[in-house]
Ligand binder design. Structure first.
Ligand SMILES: Cc1ncc(COP(=O)(O)O)c(C=O)c1O
Length: 409
């Protein structure tokens, strides 16, 4: 009993510490579907913070597809994929997803997961287990997403993989290290679109390096699938690359508007992950109704509506870049719908987020450990459902706040 009380004291102390450092996160409960306006409590806020880039999360065709999927398959899968949970809906979705990337990954096969977090953990730990203990060497970009970081940590703990961090904007140190690396398995791991900065990884150069030094290249395109490329197939389509060395991860809860993720790679890698990927083997399959909905979502992404929605996003990005140039707040070299405004301290970011809230906007302050210390920020994101006028109003609101709090926050 006393142990329990000590643990509770510890929890209370830790939370008080977070409060003191302005690092405590708060849940806000919405009462409306995900869209550009959110009902939160009694208020309606203009939301510029979701990852629903194409505005599909409340699309009538996908709402209907989910109802249809539930009618066809019920609401649960009942077991993991390898027991009895793998339905024809999963199979059709995986075939479709593989077809999206097959121009870029020869002999492509896809594997569907319930979340991107799990897909990343599965890909990194599974691929590193192709080598004996201590024989894999992983190169991970410093600003990679937490799910990649955790996958790398797990591979290091489970399989004694060697881990080296690199700067994705300057690949010299990556090349230098790879030159001297004698491990039989080398894996470079990188975000496709960096989730907090919005910039795009130099995937062509990375692939060239991977080929030169006999490495695999894993690209987590969580924020690129649906958004980048003429057909929305993501960063590989946009870069026009082609190689069997690529392990691609796309997520389906962001631009695709639903939930889940997939790994796409050459067939032998996928077969290995089915045999040895622990999150894949030991987890109940996602409801087939979700897979059924996602099939419609991928068709929307590839079709005329997807093309129109991506055009709209690009128009919004252009307006932002042309009109926010007059603000002296720090921005990042982003050409994607993720457009951060970097404000420095936690206090600064919280103060600006609060003023935005008072003006009717929902853009939470993003703080460490999600971003490096002293780079707390607003992570502003666009949806194809925003109008240019919505965006111009936000820009005016930001400029008015900048005048109040000063440009040198
Ligand atoms: C770059 C990146 N990878 C992976 C994930 C995890 O994806 P999911 O939300 O599907 O678990 C995220 C989500 O926030 C992300 O930003």
């Amino acid at each position: 009993m006393s142990t329990n009380f000590r643990a509770r004291n510890m929890a209370e102390h830790q939370i008080a510490d977070l409060d003191e450092q302005l690092l405590r996160r708060k849940l806000r409960t919405t009462e409306s579907p995900c869209d550009t306006k959110a009902r939160v409590g009694k208020r309606e806020l203009k939301a510029f913070c979701s990852n629903d880039y194409l505005g599909l999360a409340n699309h009538p065709k996908l709402v209907a597809a989910l109802a249809e999927g539930a009618n066809l398959y019920g609401v649960g899968s009942g077991a993991s994929h390898l027991i009895s949970g793998h339905s024809i809906a999963h199979e059709l979705l995986e075939k479709k997803l593989a077809s999206c990337e097959e121009k870029h990954i020869p002999n492509a096969r896809a594997l569907f997961f319930s979340t991107g977090y799990l897909a990343n953990i599965n890909a990194i730990t599974g691929i590193s287990r192709l080598a004996e203990q201590g024989q894999a060497s992983i190169y991970s970009a410093k600003l990679n997403h937490a799910s990649l970081i955790d996958g790398v940590r797990l591979a290091s703990a489970q399989n004694k993989a060697k881990v080296t961090l690199f700067d994705h904007q300057n690949l010299d140190s990556l090349e230098e290290s790879l030159k001297q690396d004698t491990h039989p398995l080398k894996l470079i791991v990188v975000d496709g679109v960096f989730s907090m900065d919005g910039d795009i990884a130099p995937v062509e150069k990375l692939l060239h390096i991977a080929e030169q030094y006999d490495a695999l290249l894993m690209v987590d395109d969580a924020h690129g699938f649906g958004v980048l490329g003429e057909q929305g197939h993501g960063i590989l389509e946009q870069a026009g690359v082609h190689s069997e060395r690529i392990i691609y991860v796309g997520t389906l809860g962001k631009a695709a508007g639903v939930s889940g993720a997939f790994i796409c790679a050459a067939a032998p890698f996928i077969e290995w992950l089915i045999q040895k990927g622990r999150p894949y083997i030991y987890s109940t399959a996602t409801p087939p109704a979700i897979a059924h909905t996602l099939l419609s979502s991928v068709e929307l992404i590839e079709g005329d509506e997807g093309i129109t929605r991506r055009k709209k996003l690009n128009e919004l990005i252009q307006v932002w870049r042309d009109e926010m140039i007059f603000s002296s707040w720090e921005k990042t070299p982003s050409s994607t719908p993720i457009q951060p405004v970097i404000l420095g301290s936690n206090a600064n970011a919280l103060a600006v987020a609060k003023l935005l809230d008072e003006a009717g906007y929902w853009i939470p302050a993003i703080r460490p450990p999600t971003v490096p210390v002293d780079t707390s920020r607003l992570r502003i994101t666009f949806s194809a459902n925003h109008s240019v006028d919505d965006l111009r109003e936000l820009i005016q609101a930001l400029k008015a706040i900048e005048k109040i709090v000063g440009s040198d926050l």
